[in-house]
Design a protein around this ligand. Sequence first.
Ligand SMILES: NC(=O)c1ccc[n+]([C@@H]2O[C@H](COP(=O)([O-])OP(=O)(O)OC[C@H]3O[C@@H](n4cnc5c(N)ncnc54)[C@H](O)[C@@H]3O)[C@@H](O)[C@H]2O)c1
Length: 440
Amino acid sequence: MHRIAIIGAGYVGLVTGACLASSGMPVHCCDIDTEKIGKLSRGILPIYEPGLEELISDCSKPGKQLVFTTDLKKAVTNSDILFIAVNTPTLENSRCDLTHVFEAAVSIAGVMDGYKIIVIKSTVPVGTCRLVKQRISDELSRLGKSYGFDIVSNPEFLREGSAISDFFNADRVVIGADNHDAADIIKSVYTENAKCCCPMVVTSLESSEMIKYASNAFLACKISFINEIASICEHCGANVSEVSEGMGLDNRIGRQFLNPGPGFGGSCFPKDVMALAGAAESYGLEPKLLRSIMTVNSEQTARMIRKIEAATGGLDGKTVSILGVSFKPGTDDIRYSPSVAIIKDLVSRNAAVRVYDPKALGNLKKENPELKVRYCKNPYSCCSRSDCVVLATEWEEFADLDFEKLKSIVRQPVLLDLRNMYPPDYVKKLGFYYEGVGKK
Ligand SMILES: NC(=O)c1ccc[n+]([C@@H]2O[C@H](COP(=O)([O-])OP(=O)(O)OC[C@H]3O[C@@H](n4cnc5c(N)ncnc54)[C@H](O)[C@@H]3O)[C@@H](O)[C@H]2O)c1
């Protein structure tokens, strides 16, 4: 039985740790954030991810072992395979900040007590796994230790909101390694223990690192593409929902990621596209397409703000209700959320902004303590006396809004549906001024 340590108990680390532990593997989840580990040890989840609470609580049953700790030595000495799943944020120059990855690697070297397989699960630029290998070797030599180790790249493709099902029903597992034996052991973690039966793609370290970036850049590109098509549709009379449907039925194109909206966000797409573009520039290349993905994306958010401004007839003094703050439904993650960018812009232009989200209001408050918005308890209190209701994130709970009730409580019946969630004719019939994205 493999003994696993997960270094970094965030969205990726927690889900990976809980899924592996639920398959019976002993797992130590280690983080430097004492508050986070304290909460987890008391059974309180620091993040919202559907099904995760139940899965973690299931891991406390006999025969399962999921330990939360800040003690790296305990995690490392009780494990053979160490997954590094720390955050890799964006530096001011748009490059990937590897500080946490290197810190974790060097700390691991400091407490190693024998051969380990060290798996880089964080998204890292091509070449990072080799740098990590060098840092660990250097640290072991400095400490006079001569333990062997292998580095494996195993990027993560889970989607927040469906992360557990993505783990057990992955499209593929990508494993990059120099050493075939180490790659086979990581394969067996997924196949024998976690019972994943998807294709396993075994590559070089560099290809594996690039597969992650190229995949995210491609998906982001699809979103920016359909957003650009949506804005053309608004001028020529085509309906982007019909266009997406018609395009998506072509197997070469596929239906997913062809939904227009206020722009992509989240902890991955923006930072990964920027990091890949930055890496390309460091090789003297001009990554025109990658740069355009980002330009179209920020322009899309700005376009949504202009729509809100036009629909309210000027923002100053108007009350705008924002439904949905997280970057997508099913998560409390607000990193790079277009909704947050819209909220901040509206506040800066003297709109009175009311916000509601089923899970993400705590993070909005925590990350923006100075932000002057009214936090509301449900969609109806959020829309009360509103001059404009903006559907920013398509949470399921918003699908069943009672529009007759809504009409009776707003000041102006204006609905901007930035996710094309509602049938325009139905909403218009009830007397709302309605605007979606990419359609009349
Ligand atoms: N969130 C996603 O949907 C997703 C999907 C695929 C890949 N990724 C990638 O996975 C990585 C992790 O992302 P995340 O969203 O889980 O990040 P996160 O910010 O939610 O969690 C990272 C955790 O690592 C901890 N940490 C930092 N330095 C540490 C150290 N030296 N030792 C122990 N713990 C440390 C932090 O305290 C934090 O709890 C990133 O590279 C990200 O790009 C994320």
